[in-house]
Design a protein around this ligand. Structure first.
Ligand SMILES: N[C@@H](CCC(=O)N[C@@H](CS)C(=O)NCC(=O)O)C(=O)O
Length: 217
């Protein structure tokens, strides 16, 4: 089993964290970067990271990969047993990723690569984010984990997405979109106490610093 991607990617890190939390032996190829080359597209049809090489073939899409891991490796579960509770965790992940992370993602080229972003585009992102954040906060429990009493895949996703969303929106709007939500700051402080979360985030920061240094050089 090989996780292919790069450690700056929050979606790569979400899967890496799930692998570590579940204790699944794996290799990592942290040198795969998004590409539209035919050879890369054969492994990752949208040319994105992450993808997982398994003995049976390749799987892309972080959530699908995590669902596969959960089914193929039932030990150390990252979903509750009860079907309704499982659905609520999936709902939380999907609402967060589709309506918050994917919307905040529209700030990343401007925030991290100096790309232009018009005032109209900024206003549209802000309006879409307001809807997504409201929906997400309606569902999130923070008690103490995102979906309630147990650490779940929702935490694997959120623990990796929050820092990037914070950095992107801070740089583009001058304030983290969650700045006025104290439950989020408290949650982030709490979740980094978990050794695997701390390790994956530290590796991500190191990879980001290396990328910046290589660009300067
Ligand atoms: N829905 C995908 C999103 C993955 C994604 O957006 N990956 C980014 C890096 S964090 C990427 O490869 N971007 C390049 C592109 O979209 O062409 C997943 O969950 O795996």
């Amino acid at each position: 089993m090989k996780l292919c991607g790069f450690r700056i990617s929050n979606y790569h890190n979400k899967v890496r964290l799930a692998l570590l939390e579940k204790g699944i032996p794996h290799e990592e190829d942290p040198s795969c970067f998004p590409s539209q080359d035919a050879a890369y597209l054969a492994r990752s049809p949208m040319g994105r990271v992450p993808f997982l090489e398994t003995p049976h073939g390749v799987i892309c899409e972080s959530q699908v990969i995590c669902e596969y891991l959960e089914e193929a490796y039932p030990d150390n579960p990252l979903y509750p047993r009860d079907p309704f509770a499982r659905a609520k965790v999936r709902e939380l992940i999907q609402v967060f990723e589709l309506n918050v992370e994917l919307v905040a993602r529209r700030t990343y080229p401007a925030a991290f690569m100096g790309a232009p972003l018009s005032d109209e585009a900024k206003a549209a992102i802000k309006a879409d984010l307001a809807k997504g954040v409201r929906a997400f906060l309606q569902l999130a429990k923070f008690d103490p984990f995102l979906a309630g009493a147990e650490f779940t895949l929702a935490d694997c996703a959120a623990a990796m997405h929050f820092p990037l969303i914070a950095a992107g929106t801070q740089r583009v709007f001058g304030a983290d979109i969650f700045a006025d939500v104290p439950q989020v700051a408290a949650y982030v402080e709490r979740i980094v106490q978990r050794p695997h979360v701390a390790r994956v985030l530290a590796d991500s920061r190191e990879a980001f610093a290396q990328l910046m240094a290589s660009r300067r050089g």
